[in-house]
Write a protein that binds this ligand. Structure first.
Ligand SMILES: Nc1ncnc2c1ncn2[C@@H]1O[C@H](COP(=O)(O)OP(=O)(O)OP(=O)(O)O)[C@@H](O)[C@H]1O
Ligand SMILES: [Mg+2]
Length: 272
C-alpha cells in the first residue's frame, strides 16, 4: 500500500490518557470549545468562540459564507493552530496538536472539497485511512476489511478495482465520509456533506448521518447550508456570523431567532 502524504494519515501514536474533569466541562461534553480565536494576519476569522458538543448528539454548525465554520473545523482537527483559546476532547486539551494526533484521539473530519487520492481505487482510499488513521495497529488485510464495511455503510462499491475517478459529486462526498469513518472516530466533523447532491441523495445522506450516530455511536458536528434538511436531523444548532457565535439552541428556536434570520436565514424556515 502506498504511503499517504496527508499528515492525518501518518503512523499511529500512543492512545490518549483520560484527563481529569476540568472546570467548565461536563461529563456529557465530548468537545469543549472555549474562547477560540483564529487570526490570519490582521483578519480575525474566529473571535472568542465557545460552545460544547454533547456526547451522542448531532450538532449543526451554520452561518453565512465566510463566517468561520471550516476554519473552526480546521482548528479542532489540527489543520490550523488556534491563535487563542482552548479545545478539549473529553476534558483533555487538544488545541494546537498535529492532525495525526487529533485523528488518533478520535476526531475525524470530512473536507468541504473532497480530497481523495485519485490514483488509488475507491477501496484503497478508504483502506489507507483505516490503516494509518487509527491508533489500533492493524494489518493491510484488516484495514481492507474495515474499508469494505465502511463502503457498504455509505453505499459505495467494495469491488477492489472500482476507480475513484468514476465517482461524481455525490460519490465523492460518500467517499469522504467512508474515509473519515474508517479511522474509527468518536467525533465526526462533517463539512457540507450535501453540496452537489440532488434532493433524494440529500435525504439519503441526512438519514445516513442519523444511522452513523445510532449504529456506530459517533457524535457529529455537521456544517450544512441546506437548512430544511439540517434542521430535521440535528439536536442543537450553533450559529456563526463574521467569526462570532451569535446564537445556540434547538432548531425551532434558531429558526425563529431574529439575529439569525437577519444574518443568515433571510426568512423563517418552515419545518415540515
Ligand atoms: N488559510 C487562510 N488564510 C487566510 N484567510 C482565510 C484562510 N482560511 C479561511 N480564511 C478566511 O476566513 C474566513 C472564514 O472562512 P471559512 O472558510 O472558515 O468560512 P465558512 O464559514 O466555512 O464559509 P463557507 O460557508 O463558504 O464554506 C473567510 O473570510 C476566509 O476567506
Ligand atoms: Mg466552509
Amino acid at each position: 500500500m502506498e504511503a499517504p502524504s496527508e499528515p492525518f494519515l501518518s503512523r499511529p501514536v500512543a492512545p490518549a490518557k483520560p484527563a481529569p474533569e476540568e472546570p467548565g466541562s461536563h461529563a456529557r461534553d465530548m468537545l469543549t470549545v472555549g474562547g477560540v480565536t483564529k487570526r490570519f494576519g490582521g483578519f480575525t476569522a474566529l473571535n472568542q468562540v465557545s460552545f460544547e458538543v454533547r456526547e451522542g448528539e448531532i450538532l449543526g454548525l451554520i452561518g453565512p459564507n465566510g463566517s468561520g465554520k471550516t476554519t473552526l473545523f480546521n482548528c479542532v482537527s489540527g489543520a490550523l493552530p488556534p491563535t487563542a483559546g482552548s479545545i478539549r476532547l473529553r476534558g483533555e486539551e487538544i488545541g494546537g496538536l498535529t492532525p495525526d494526533r487529533i485523528c488518533h484521539r478520535g476526531i475525524a473530519r470530512t473536507f468541504q472539497i473532497p480530497r481523495p487520492f485519485r490514483k488509488l481505487t475507491i477501496l484503497d482510499n478508504v483502506a489507507v485511512a483505516a490503516h494509518f488513521g487509527t491508533n489500533q495497529p492493524n494489518t493491510e488485510a484488516q484495514a481492507r476489511a474495515r474499508a469494505r464495511e465502511m463502503l457498504e455503510l455509505v453505499g459505495l462499491p467494495t469491488d477492489p478495482l472500482a476507480a475513484t475517478t468514476l465517482l461524481g459529486a455525490g460519490g465523492l462526498k460518500k467517499l469522504e465520509l467512508a474515509r473519515a469513518l474508517a479511522t474509527g472516530p468518536t467525533l465526526l466533523l462533517a463539512d457540507e456533506s450535501l453540496g452537489g447532491l440532488d434532493p433524494s441523495e440529500m435525504h439519503d445522506a441526512a438519514e445516513m448521518l442519523k444511522r452513523i450516530r445510532r449504529d456506530l455511536g459517533i457524535t457529529i458536528v455537521w456544517v450544512e447550508h441546506i437548512m430544511a434538511t439540517l434542521m430535521r436531523v440535528v439536536d442543537r444548532i450553533v450559529v456563526l456570523d463574521h467569526g462570532e457565535k451569535i446564537a445556540e439552541g434547538p432548531p425551532l428556536e434558531i429558526a425563529e431567532h431574529p439575529q439569525v434570520i437577519e444574518a443568515y436565514l433571510g426568512e423563517k424556515i418552515v419545518l415540515a
